[in-house]
Design a binder for this molecule. Structure first.
Ligand code: AQP
Length: 332
């Protein structure tokens, strides 16, 4: 089976609907046909300030949500990034072949460093894409499913793989990004032109996977729409309704057109009630499974350790090859 790598940051207690629809649903689908590595990227999360105790807890919670959403640790390798030391080691090697200007062109860094200001922007935030390249290349991944905001980072990964291969001999598989369809992009319910995000300033427009179902239903009933009153997909002129239709379609596997037909001539109230039911039915069981896993953290930690050991095997082999090729003296 071809290798696949993807990950998510443990940057909140709960994942949000965009993470679920844009990433987890696809991962679940792909895990049977690929030898998949799914990581909780805690080393990436600390590129911006984190509270240590909370970070530990968020890392466990994120892993629990992967499993609760249907990622099977017996089929896929589901592990915590910092458990596999090779990530940090390969990132160092790759940083020595990355151009300063090349890294400086990454738009996510420009955005995030602006948000945090120069004094609070770390070098780690700057080299974030190099760590991401290490994540992907360690597993000789052929495919990397990501949102289009991550496309530039995967392009850099490809450039680094090709550069290393031509300088030191073929070592890395050059990966291909699998960019999620536009229809898998979920927007904030209160601000439907910006993407739904774990770190949104206000929580009112974010649907959390682990939230109380009644709370999620309320957020949907209050979602921003428009004055037209017809349930119709039109991203440009009706971003709010279009976003709700996208969520509806993604969670039911139905076509947007069939949902439009179902709600033709009915008001937004009915439509939102319908969507609230869909969301509660989908997220409810995920929430229960995640909470059950979190009730026994020792068992969850053991499972993550076993998966990390599996990841280690593949990662260590790649790293040993890399050390050899760049001319580091082998420790005997
Ligand atoms: N709104 C979204 N719609 C579709 N997909 C989304 N993803 C995130 N938001 C949406 C996908 O989820 C995965 C996890 O990404 P991440 O944790 O590395 O961070 P992110 O992409 O920046 O997601 P967040 O929730 O906005 O996190 P914070 O707030 O911590 O930066 C990726 O595959 C992403 O495409």
């Amino acid at each position: 089976r071809p290798r696949l790598y993807s990950g998510m940051q443990p940057s909140a207690d709960s994942l949000q609907a965009g993470n679920y629809i844009g990433a987890l649903l696809q991962w679940r689908e792909m895990q049977s046909s690929y030898d998949a590595f799914f990581s909780v990227v805690d080393l990436h999360a600390i590129t911006v300030p984190q509270n240590p105790e909370e970070l530990r807890e968020k890392t466990r919670r994120t892993a629990a949500q992967y499993i609760a959403a249907g990622i099977e640790p017996s089929k896929s390798t589901l592990y915590v990034q910092s458990h596999v030391r090779a990530h940090a080691e390969l990132a160092w090697i790759l940083s020595t072949i990355t151009g300063f200007g090349e890294a400086g062109r990454m738009t996510q860094f420009k955005d995030k460093s602006q948000r945090y200001g120069q004094d609070s922007t770390s070098v780690g935030l700057f080299t974030y894409p190099v760590l991401m390249a290490a994540d992907i290349l360690l597993y000789q991944s052929e495919l990397v499913p990501v949102g289009d905001d991550q496309k530039q980072h995967v392009e850099l990964t490809r450039d680094l793989a090709e550069r290393f291969n031509s300088r030191f001999g073929t070592t890395f598989t050059v990966p291909t990004p699998v960019i999620q369809k536009d229809t898998a992009r979920i927007y904030d319910l209160q601000n439907p032109t910006s993407k739904m995000s774990k770190s949104a300033e206000s929580d009112a427009g974010v649907l959390w996977l682990l939230d109380d179902p009644a709370k999620s239903a309320k957020k949907i009933m209050r979602a921003v729409t428009d004055n037209e009153g017809s349930v119709r997909f039109d991203r440009e002129n009706k971003p709010g309704v279009s976003n709700l239709l996208t969520i509806y379609a993604a969670l039911t596997g139905r076509q947007v057109g069939s949902i439009e037909d179902e709600y033709a001539g009915r008001g937004y109230g009915d439509f939102k009630k319908g969507l609230a039911e869909v969301v509660v039915d989908e997220f409810g069981p995920v929430r229960e499974r995640a909470n059950a896993l979190l009730d026994d953290p020792a068992e969850l930690d053991r499972l993550l350790a076993a998966n990390a050991a599996r990841a280690d095997e593949v990662a260590d082999a790649t790293l040993a090859d890399v050390y050899e090729r760049v001319g580091l003296l082998r420790r005997v």
